[in-house]
Design a protein around this ligand. Structure first.
Ligand SMILES: [Zn+2]
Ligand SMILES: [Zn+2]
Length: 439
């Protein structure tokens, strides 16, 4: 019996994981400077959390999530996104009384039961960033700027510009959006026969989501639809103008996309998406927006919020490429770190126990140390050190221990050096220095 992974779920091999770890670390360091605090929230939540926050039981929750009943017949859902969970946490733990702004981020897997394709897995990783406070265009511009700063952190300035495109839009407010929604609904009804089946279903339930459809025939219809920008009330107009002025001032390039939507009613005003070149149809690397009413809808107080999520897989592909295509940056340097710094070649039974101790000393100093405790010949062990891409090997036989002189070999340059030592601790200090500074 050969058991395979669940469709759309994937294994992270060390080479892939190293890239993720690197990107997450870059993101975390930037987020800390903006005073965001890391949290973890559960992967599993009660289904009602998403029914309420997503609002479309049949469309999203039922078809696009992993929803099931547990042994107590309770409906549970693997989180499709982190925002609702963070809102639940804020309400449940009473964090809304804390000084504002509340700024959180979390890194982890999300789950959606969609047809897997390039850049779209059923288990995917996100860096999710959320801010809760009274909002103004400055805070909104700052969060957009933060998303861009994180994405381009691995790059030099020149390269990044060609890869990421920021699209912005405003969804208006409760004053100006209803009229737009009404006119959009009318337009979609008139063009219903040219829409895909999913969109036909969506028209009455959530017409805004139709604008998000990626199917060509739908896109054609959508390109003639009314646009929200023409319906803005005075406040929304001024707000959006102000946001653009700030982005211009801080030098962040953007494209206005009046048909950019988030298909959920609690989003208001500013929304944005960052797309990357070379990713095909699934090219959105980060997406976010302002959602003033979600906390209230979930039973908390009124507290405006804005946030975004970065898709880690897509971000990584946009930088390092994938199996099919090379990336803009090479991951060679990152992957080199996966190789052992040093391989201990122990010759003879007596040196095994001493080698054991030496390895402990070297590891405590932070060296990536490999030792196999095999009683094999020098030649066989050198070959193994080479296959494992060890940077150095240290040769220690009975003879070496007797003379208190070990041989350190630079595997790439094929040069050797004798290291005289008093005891194992002394040897570990000397080896550490040589490895760190190069022989
Ligand atoms: Zn408005
Ligand atoms: Zn469609």
């Amino acid at each position: 019996m050969k058991i395979q992974a669940v469709r759309g779920f994937k294994d992270w091999l060390p080479e892939e994981f190293a890239k993720y770890e690197y990107l997450i670390e870059l993101a975390k360091n930037i987020l800390k400077t903006y005073n965001y605090k890391e949290i973890k929230i559960p992967i599993l939540e009660k289904t009602e959390l998403f029914v309420r926050s997503i609002g479309e039981f049949t469309d999203i929750v039922q078809k696009e999530t992993y929803t099931f009943q547990d042994r107590n017949k309770e409906f549970l859902t693997l989180r499709p996104e982190a925002t609702a969970g963070i809102c639940r946490m804020i309400i449940e733990r009473g964090l809304f009384v804390n000084p504002k702004p509340l700024k959180f981020f979390t890194v982890g897997p999300m789950f959606r039961h969609e047809r897997p394709q390039k850049g779209r897995l059923r288990e995917f990783f996100q860096i999710d960033v959320e801010l809760f406070s009274e909002l103004n265009p400055y805070i909104e511009a700052e969060i957009i700027s933060l998303a861009m700063e994180i994405l381009k952190a691995p790059f030099f300035q020149e390269k990044e510009q060609k890869i990421y495109t920021l699209e912005i839009n405003s969804l208006g407010c409760s004053e100006c959006r209803p009229k737009y929604r009404e006119d959009l609904l009318k337009f979609l009804e008139e063009n219903k026969e040219n829409l895909c089946d999913t969109c036909k279903e969506r028209i009455t339930r959530n017409p805004l989501r139709v604008l998000d459809c990626k199917i060509e025939t739908c896109k054609k219809v959508i390109s003639k639809s009314p646009i929200i920008t023409e319906y803005f009330c005075e406040d929304c107009n001024a707000h959006f103008k102000n946001l653009k002025e700030i982005l211009d001032f801080i030098g962040i390039r953007y494209v206005e996309n009046p048909r950019l939507v988030r298909g959920l009613d609690y989003y208001v005003r500013t929304i944005f998406e960052i797309k990357a070149k070379g990713l095909g149809a699934q090219d959105t690397v980060a997406a976010g927006g302002r959602y003033d009413y979600l906390l209230e809808e979930l039973g908390g107080p009124y507290l405006p919020a804005i946030g975004f999520a970065i898709g880690l897989e897509r971000w990584s592909i946009s930088i390092f490429g994938d199996e099919e295509k090379g990336g803009v940056l090479s991951s060679e340097k990152l992957l080199e770190k996966l190789n052992p710094d040093i391989f201990l070649i122990l010759l003879g039974k007596e040196s095994l126990i001493k080698g054991f101790q030496l390895a402990t000393f070297l590891r405590k100093k932070g060296l990536r140390c490999e030792v196999t405790y095999e009683e094999k010949s020098l030649k066989a062990q050198l070959k193994n050190a080479d296959k494992l891409s060890a940077k150095y090997s240290l040769i220690l036989g009975e003879e070496e221990f007797k003379k208190k002189s070990a041989v350190l070999r630079d595997m790439r340059k094929s040069i050797q050096d004798n290291i005289e030592f008093k005891d194992l601790e002394d040897l570990s200090v000397k080896v550490f220095e040589k490895v760190k500074n190069g022989v």
